[in-house]
Design a binder for this molecule. Sequence first.
Ligand SMILES: [Zn+2]
Length: 367
Amino acid sequence: MNTDKNSCKKCILNNQIKGVVIDNDGCCNYCKSFKPFEPYGESELLKIFRKTKKKKGIYDALVPLSGGKDSTYVLFLAAKKYNLNVLTYTYDNGFVSDYAKQNIKTSVETCKVDHIWVKHDEELIYNLYNIVLKLSGEICGVCGIGIERTMLKISEAYKIPLILLGHSPTEENSFTSENIYDQYRLKTILKKDKNITQQMVNRFLIYPNLNYIKSYLFTKIGRFGKKVNILYYLDNPTDKEIGKIIKEEMGWIEPSETEYTRHFDCIAEPLTNYIREKRFGYSRRLPQLSNMIRNNEISREQAFNIIWNDNERIQVNSFNEVMEKLNITENDIESISKIPVNVFSGEVSFSNRVFAKVRKILKRQAH
Ligand SMILES: [Zn+2]
């Protein structure tokens, strides 16, 4: 048990983390300003579903499926609870774990829904990861943009009005101060490598000139499906209960040693987390577990134990398979770990910057 006076007495955040302030009473600013999540309400969700049904398309909704806990639960809700006509798809980022593949197969069969695998040419995708990792210190942005674009493309191709996402409302602040999902930023990084052609970048981006404004408008006119975070509307069971539901209803499985990890679906996650921990000075599990403490899902002591076990388990030599795919060495990892935080963060497209500001103002007015 950590009794460090630099840590918050309620959660496991500490004052070494940028933005975390521990008061004299030993409580951090996140615990102090914490308000339990209030869902928008199921009736709002049902309204959206009724509108969708009226469109009488081939499918009511697209569910991106990673084989992890949240997306499997979304599929359960969409197909089994709300009886929507669902198309599922998985973006193969080159690191899909065997557990995830098994879960995808089982849940798709259980729900009797159609499923599509989308995969870029392996050489192209691993090349992009390699370059972006060496220059910016992370690869999750590449995968995130890949998921986003293929998701929009499928919704457009099949004219699916809704895209149901499994972002968890209690996972709000992950302290990702790096905006790694900006297309302009990705393009800037890739331009630094002579072997990457414009055509390769365009192939990856699918919509090479898309920005937030266009994306917003295309959604408004119905070219792209409307993204709905289904978990924001509902009074959700705890993480543990969700696991129980999908195990019983969807035949879902998880590796026994990774309790409370949402990302065992990606075999690159331990490595990206390792590098991230070195760059940021803390694990991304820290804010995630702290959120769970505030939501009364686990105790502070349990959280410390989980972090402790993580540290025991993670060793560089367990990254071999991923390092081989990424074509990087231990020396590369050393130098990547020294890349400062927020590198390339100024490389944001103008329209995205404007849109982010407008959204912030609108959000403020809505409250
Ligand atoms: Zn706290």
